[in-house]
Structures are given as C-alpha cells and as structure tokens.
Ligand binder design. Sequence first.
Ligand code: GTP
Ligand code: MG
Length: 195
Amino acid sequence: AHFLISAPDIRHLDKHLPVESGIEVAFAGRSNAGKSSALNRLTRQKSLARTSKTPGRTQLINVFEVEEGKRLIDLPGYGFAKVPLEMKLKWQKSLGEYLQERESLKGLVVLMDVRHPFKDLDQQLIFWAIDANIPVLALLTKADKLKQGARKATLLKMREEAKNFEGDVQVELFSSLKGLGVDVLERKIAQWYGE
Ligand code: GTP
Ligand code: MG
C-alpha cells in the first residue's frame, strides 16, 4: 500500500478522488482508538499511517492505495475533548454525509478501545452506516490490555449489544500489538473489495 492523498474534508475528497474510481474501506473511531496502528498492521508497514500517543493526531482524511482502484481511508478521530464544539459538529455532519453519499465506500471498520466500546458517537456512526447500507466491522482494539477471561466476556457482551443495531455489524477482538484479529480484518476487506 502507498499513500495517495490527504484531504481536509469530504468535499475535497470527492473533488480529488471521484467516487466512480474504485472501492474504499474506511477506518473510523474515537481519537486514540488505534485506527492508524491497525492500518499499519494490516498493510505490514510500520509507518504508513502516523500513530501517536497524543489523541487527535490524524486531522486529515488520509487515503492509501492498496492496488489500483482499491483504497483504505484513515478518517480523523472523533470525540477528542480538546476540539472546539463547532469543529466537532462540523466533523460529525460531514462524516454522516460521507457515509450517505460516497458510493465507492463498501465497508466501514469502526475501531473502539476494548475498555470503552460503543460510546455515543460510535453508535451514531454505526447507525448512519446501517442507514446507508454499509456493512460494519467493529473492532475492539487494544485487546492485549485485558486478560483472556475479561476479553472473551467483553466480546460476547458486545456481540449481544450489536444485535440492537439490526444491521450488518460484526464484532471482533483486535490487537495491533499482538496481531490478534488481523486475519479477520483481512478477510473482511477482501470480501468488501469483491476478491
Ligand atoms: P488519532 O489519529 O489520534 O485519532 O488516533 P488513532 O486512532 O489513529 O490511534 P493510534 O493508532 O495513533 O494509536 C493511539 C495509541 O494507542 C498509540 O500510543 C498506540 O501505540 C496505541 N495502540 C494502538 N493499538 C494498540 C494495541 O493494539 N495495543 C496497545 N497496547 N496499544 C495500542
Ligand atoms: Mg490516527
């Protein structure tokens, strides 16, 4: 995979990357959830997407091309406390529009820290995706932070909770650090790419 472009918002994305030109899978989640780390792990490239201990690091929409017409999109994290409210609302609105309108988008990976899953904004995002008929893979990230038993219990509980969405929402454990769940992610993306 290689870096293709950055866009400050959805409008710019549409302008520079027409929707007709391929298939996209987007990575979304709260700031610091582990989106960029997951992309790096998936592509086996340590520094494809910038990762950071400072939440809110990824401010731009970063587009990576896996092969011609197949793209991965690293979306800016949401829910970061220090961002002004006006910017938060603007971002939420455009994220909703993006899911509704971007026809090349075939799948959404929602990343949530296994210790704080399905917060309000995560749920909102998943509802928008279901509304737009976009399948969701919900990854419970940093699973290495929990012991085996707690990890399994959280997974089962969150799979129950995900049934409330009444849509295509698959929940899995994930750890960029340990490589847990990477195979599931790979298979899902291949399916969305129509491979
Ligand atoms: P923003 O771009 O700020 O929205 O963050 P992000 O969602 O891209 O998160 P990022 O991948 O930058 O990771 C945030 C922090 O969590 C970094 O310090 C990572 O090293 C750490 N992290 C990410 N994945 C894992 C994981 O699987 N296990 C552990 N223990 N830490 C992780
Ligand atoms: Mg990031």
